[in-house]
Design a binder for this molecule. Structure first.
Ligand code: ARG
Length: 410
């Protein structure tokens, strides 16, 4: 008997990917290896998920604890880049796909698989992120998406699970499509597809309603070279810091986001996010950059940050340009060290203090009190020369009776 092909499936433990195990086997004749990656999504015990994959017919099932790796190598670069797509979305799902892909490829090598599989539909960004990541890491591997390519719709999945008595709940229908990890939580579909519908309470799980918050929560975040290293002087890992802030900022309702987003496939979609830790960290990090980055480097970095976020959103985590921007961003973080004091309250993160040995803030230059070392007599000459080209252009406008300066004379 010839050896069967093997397929590695990105397994979540949910209905679709549980059914996909048998479905892929029947349609392709291949053996399925289920791989689940822990990126801090919480919920079910991963050993339960692993056993379920085996019960659903996987020949191998494997669970990777990638929480620290995710925090260190994916969330921290996103923080250094102040990564916010469309100015608001902290790239929660976009960050996890490349990491999950890496673990899937590792499993493919280990178990001799030639094909990768994921449970994404054909309408979203995640299919692109998985497949572009796979090709970027392992160009020799193929990929199939049973929901998209093998007609595995929701109804079909429910029927299949019932018929084969798969150990998975099919009755509890969640109206939303949810993806979550330690950097945040994404909620879409269901009644949220009507843009006018306000999110209801049951949409949220990482955050409490900010309307009636507990007392304000003040804390000091310490950064070293752009990375948070302590809360109130307690040394913690990036993962621990994100987790603690998720709890504390989440209790204050910080980090709720409701936006219409431009997807890669061209459609606009309504997305709700909750990212209390990420939003808090980005706010504090940006403020420390305000204090420590030189003006021109800072202005330029804001544009790089924007592009970095777009690239990561658009499945380019492993691309050459993204890697080059990482190098630029890393270089800028050399002096981004110090303390930021913040207050979390009623859905808001407020910075109330900053302190840094590598600050560019010079009290004596900035002060209006005694001790001023800024020589104001230089300002006149500076402005004279700085404004010279505009002055020449304005004079020409008047001569030729044309343009803004002339209009102003009328
Ligand atoms: N729209 C967001 C993104 O593209 C969230 C995706 C969430 N994924 C999901 N399967 N529900 O990053």
């Amino acid at each position: 008997m010839s050896k069967k092909n093997r397929i590695v499936l990105a397994y979540s433990g949910g209905l679709d990917t549980s059914v996909a195990i048998g479905w892929i086997g029947e349609r392709t004749g291949a053996e399925v290896i289920a791989v689940a990656v822990d990126v801090g999504q919480g919920g079910e015990d991963l050993e339960v998920i692993r056993q379920r994959a085996l019960d659903c017919g996987a020949v191998e099932a494997y669970v990777a604890d990638a929480r620290d790796e995710f925090a260190n190598d994916y969330c921290m670069p996103a923080l250094k880049a102040n990564g916010l797509y469309q100015g608001e979305y902290p790239l929660v799902s976009a960050l996890s796909r490349p990491l999950i892909s890496r673990h899937l490829v590792k499993a493919a090598r280990e178990f001799g698989a030639t094909t990768m599989a994921h449970g994404c539909t054909g309408k979203g960004n995640d299919q692109v992120r998985f497949e572009v990541s796979f090709t970027s890491i392992a160009p020799d591997l193929d990929c199939i998406a049973p929901v998209r390519d093998l007609a595995l719709t929701r109804d079909v999945a429910i029927d299949y699970a019932n018929k084969h008595k798969l150990p998975i709940e099919t009755t509890k229908s969640n109206p939303f499509s949810i993806d979550q990890n330690v950097w945040g939580r994404a909620i879409e579909t269901g009644f949220l597809e009507d843009l006018w519908n306000a999110p209801t309470k049951d949409v949220y799980s990482y955050t409490d309603d900010p309307t009636y918050p507990p007392l304000p929560d003040e804390l000091i975040l310490t950064f070293e070279k752009g990375i948070p290293v302590a809360i109130d002087g307690r040394k913690l890992t990036p993962l621990q810091i994100i987790q603690e802030l998720n709890a504390r900022a989440g209790a204050q309702g910080v980090g709720r986001i409701d936006i219409v987003e431009d997807r890669m496939v061209g459609i606009k979609s309504r997305e709700i996010y909750e990212a209390p830790g990420a939003v808090t960290l980005i706010k504090a990090h940006q403020e420390l950059e305000n204090v420590t980055l030189e003006r021109e480097q800072h202005r330029y970095k804001r544009r790089v940050d924007l592009r970095w976020g777009e690239l990561v959103y658009e499945a380019q985590w492993f691309s050459p340009l993204k890697q080059s921007l990482d190098a630029f961003i890393d270089h800028t973080q050399g002096y981004v060290s110090g303390d930021v004091r913040i207050v979390l309250h009623g859905g808001r993160v407020t910075v109330t203090g900053r302190k840094s040995d590598t600050s560019l803030y010079d009290f004596n230059l900035a002060t209006y009190e005694t001790g001023d070392t800024f020589d104001q007599s230089h300002a006149r000459g500076f402005i004279e020369i700085y404004g010279l080209s505009s002055k020449l252009a304005a004079a020409r406008d008047v001569r030729f009776r044309h343009g803004d300066a002339f209009e102003a004379t009328k």
